[in-house]
Design a protein. Structure first.
Length: 756
């Protein structure tokens, strides 16, 4: 981390740097500015920064006071620490707390260096204080005195747990630095500026090694009075585990002196586990696990509680890294805690590639030590590695499903469809992972009319493979579905286009007729019950009509045959009403699924309904004025006439119910003029041509172009098909009967003429 004053003297600029996993590349991280006023600093006092366990920033600075009253008791120097938390939007800076104070006069903080305590809980600061004993009388800018060096350990709550004063060479040093070691422990190094025998500026180095328990182990293994030339370059070599120092510099070459880093923990993972307060993990480092493993277990050395940072699982292939799952401690539904043990629920899509290497990393402040609410340090990704088993999958046919875009994704899709689809397929192929050529998106989409804002449904097809070492289509479907449904925990949320997939939708199988019937049994059963009731009413009316039959002459028998045929109108009326309701529901629920169908569907539905209703009203009014018998009937049955006039909006043929004599009820015994009956027939033919056939065509087009099919379009298609079949057969029979009647009437007329 870098901290620097910028052009504004009241402002500090900070910049984090991070090393990427696996590749080890240095990258810029978060950055920002902080006001000195917020830190309540005395401007002439220095400020030093350090990284906190929870990835925030810590600041250590001092304030000096002079007092003439009770000078021996009144503290003259305070050393403060406070924290900066970028994720805290309301108040990013915590209140400062005091980690050290003294009443010793003429004391100032000369240098401070803080880091995470080697024991893994809290922080440890090396503080160098300067005691001024004398001022040069000739030059008041020159001070004389000596140093005091302290090691102060404290918690993030502000509680100071330990203060140790270092003596000897540390007190005489210009600066003191603490360097954590890769195999545990740390080097406490001091440095003094000196001139060598040749008058060249240099640095006199020395120090001591402390073990993992913060106890003195040995003196640093360098020659006595070891001096390196300015600019005093000291390198802690993490790769070769050495301290490298540039001893001498000449115009042509330089000399490097190296010392080995002591080893306290012989396995690197032990140090990582120890610093993260972890006693064991399951599965252990290097173990082989089954595909789709659904839990990870971590046993801590202390009781813990969940905090705000993440545990992350990566799939690693050389330098290629793919994040499979990242889960915050705030997602409590993924965790089970039993005192020191925490169990993570792993998504089925996480460990999904055979013979693959996975790394598990734990962020600092993923958990806290329960009793003191102190964040616990990180576990590096390289410290917990597992391998999935080798596995040959079974062959599976191609899979066709659908995904849905969020509203922002829908807008972006319309801007450039081809680019959007290409980029989305490329990202999904990396996410699963799967070969790009196994993914297909057809060139048609559907607007989901069930959502408040416009959201597109897109068909996504996964092609099969004969390579059984690769995931089959069925497993890839489940993986993608789980990853979308848990988008915020998977790598999908990190990609530009894949992040626009709707988490609440997932990756759905495109349902066929069989799946619709299986998933909507109650709705379809209700439709069948309604149809069954219509049939029962028809049978009841027919049976009641048969009881009223008497042995009458042929004319009466013909009337009974007409009455029997009139009972069939019950089926037509019931089916027309059902078709009308389903057509309306289809337009309301699914009208926008395919945009080009909405206007035609609405126009046909509205025009046919209004057309039928106006014609029905016209015929009733005509009969009322032109037909005395109908007028008398209408006076007695106006309510029934009104109801079936409204029902005629579905089909003008519904008016035939009024003359059908259903069940022998007088309310259905109206009589129409012959030309009215003929008009109703031909208008029903027109209705069939104008309404029923186009609606059937719309349903046929819909089912062949829609992506997500459901029960309402299915029932609408069934009733539309039934209406077409019933009308074609019924109208054909009616035309044949009418032709036969006319032929019979003509024969009768010819017979009468011969007799004359």
């Amino acid at each position: 981390m870098k901290l620097a004053d910028i052009h504004d003297p009241d402002t500090l600029e900070w910049q984090k740097f991070k090393i990427t996993p696996i590749t080890g590349r240095l990258q810029k991280g978060e950055s920002g500015v902080i006001s000195r006023k917020d830190l309540n600093l005395q401007y002439d006092n220095p400020i030093y920064s350090f990284l906190t366990i929870d990835s925030g920033l810590g600041f250590i600075y001092s304030k000096r006071y002079s007092s003439q009253v009770n000078a021996e008791l009144q503290p003259s120097l305070y050393i403060y620490v406070n924290f900066y938390k970028p994720e805290n939007e309301n108040k990013k800076l915590t209140e400062p707390f005091i980690i050290y104070q003294t009443s010793t006069p003429n004391l100032s903080m000369n240098f401070a260096m803080c880091s995470v305590d080697i024991k893994g809980i809290g922080y440890q600061c090396v503080i160098q204080l300067r005691k001024t004993t004398e001022i040069d009388p000739l030059n008041k800018d020159i001070y004389y005195g000596h140093n005091l060096v302290l090691i102060v350990s404290f918690l993030s709550s502000g509680s100071v747990t330990r203060i140790v004063q270092l003596t000897g060479n540390y007190a005489k040093a210009d600066s003191v630095v603490k360097v954590p070691l890769i195999y545990g422990g740390y080097l406490l190094m001091y440095r003094n500026s000196v001139l060598d025998v040749d008058g060249v500026q240099g640095c006199l180095l020395g120090g001591d090694i402390f073990d993992t328990n913060d106890m003195f182990n040995s003196t640093w293994d360098i020659p006595p009075n070891f001096t390196i030339q300015s600019p005093c370059i000291f390198i802690y070599n993490f790769i070769y585990k050495t301290f490298d120092m540039i001893w001498k510099i000449t115009p042509t070459d330089l000399t490097i002196v190296s010392t080995d880093v002591p080893t306290f923990l012989y396995i690197e993972g032990e140090l990582a586990l120890k610093s993260a307060k972890i006693s064991s993990v399951n599965p252990k480092y290097g173990k082989t696990i089954t595909l789709g493993r659904n839990t990870l277990e971590i046993n801590y050395e202390v009781p813990i509680s969940l905090s705000i940072r993440n545990i992350t699982i990566y799939q690693v292939n050389g330098t290629n890294i793919l994040m499979r799952q990242t889960t915050s401690g705030k997602a409590s539904e993924f965790f089970t805690i039993e005192q020191n043990k925490i169990t993570l629920k792993v998504l089925p899509s996480t460990f999904n590639v055979p013979s693959a290497e996975y790394h598990i990393s734990i962020d600092p402040n993923f958990v806290m030590q329960k009793e003191i609410n102190e964040p616990i340090d990180r576990l590096q990704h390289s410290s917990w590695v597992v391998i999935t088993e080798a596995f040959e999958d079974t062959y599976a046919e191609s899979f066709t499903g659908s995904i849905r875009l969020i509203p922002e994704g829908t807008k972006l899709f319309y801007q450039n469809k081809k680019e959007f689809i290409d980029q989305l397929l490329q990202e999904i192929s990396l996410i699963l992972p799967v070969d790009r050529d196994r993914l297909k998106i057809k060139d048609h989409q559907q607007v989901d009319s069930s959502t408040q804002f416009e959201q597109l449904i897109i068909p996504l097809q996964i092609e099969p493979t004969r390579n059984l070492s690769q995931r089959n289509t069925n497993n890839l479907y489940h993986d993608l579905n789980h990853m979308i449904l848990n988008k915020q925990y998977t790598v999908i949320s990190k990609y530009q286009y894949a992040s626009l997939l709707d988490q609440s939708y997932g990756y759905k199988l495109n349902a066929g007729i069989k799946e619709i019937i299986r998933d909507n049994k109650e709705t379809i059963l209700s439709a069948i019950v309604v149809l069954f009731i219509i049939i029962l009413v028809f049978l009841w009316a027919k049976r009641k009509g048969e009881r009223n039959k008497d042995n009458e002459d042929n004319e009466e028998n013909e009337k009974n045959e007409d009455e029997e045929r009139s009972n069939m109108i019950i089926l037509k009326v019931g089916l027309s009403l059902m078709d009308f309701v389903l057509d309306g529901l289809f337009i309301y629920k699914n009208g926008y699924d395919i945009k080009i169908l909405f206007i035609p569907s609405l126009v046909i539905f509205a025009f046919a309904s209004i057309f039928n209703l106006i014609l029905a009203l016209s015929l009733i009014i005509y009969e009322n004025f032109k037909h005395d018998k109908f007028k008398e009937w209408l006076k007695k049955n106006s309510i029934v006439a009104s109801i079936f006039t409204l029902f005629s909006a579905t089909n003008v043929e519904v008016l035939n119910v009024l003359t059908s004599k259903i069940g022998g009820f007088k309310m259905f015994s109206a009589t129409f003029k012959k030309n009215t009956i003929s008009t109703i027939f031909w208008l029903s033919v027109t209705n069939f041509i104008v309404k029923d056939i186009p609606q059937f065509g719309i349903q046929a087009y819909y089912i062949t172009h829609v992506i997500s099919y459901n029960v309402i379009p299915f029932l609408t298609l069934v009733t539309s098909s039934a209406m077409v079949v019933l009308n074609v057969i019924g109208k054909l029979y009616n035309i044949i009967i009418e032709c036969q009647k006319r032929s019979t009437d003509d024969d009768d007329d010819d017979g009468d003429g011969d007799g004359d």
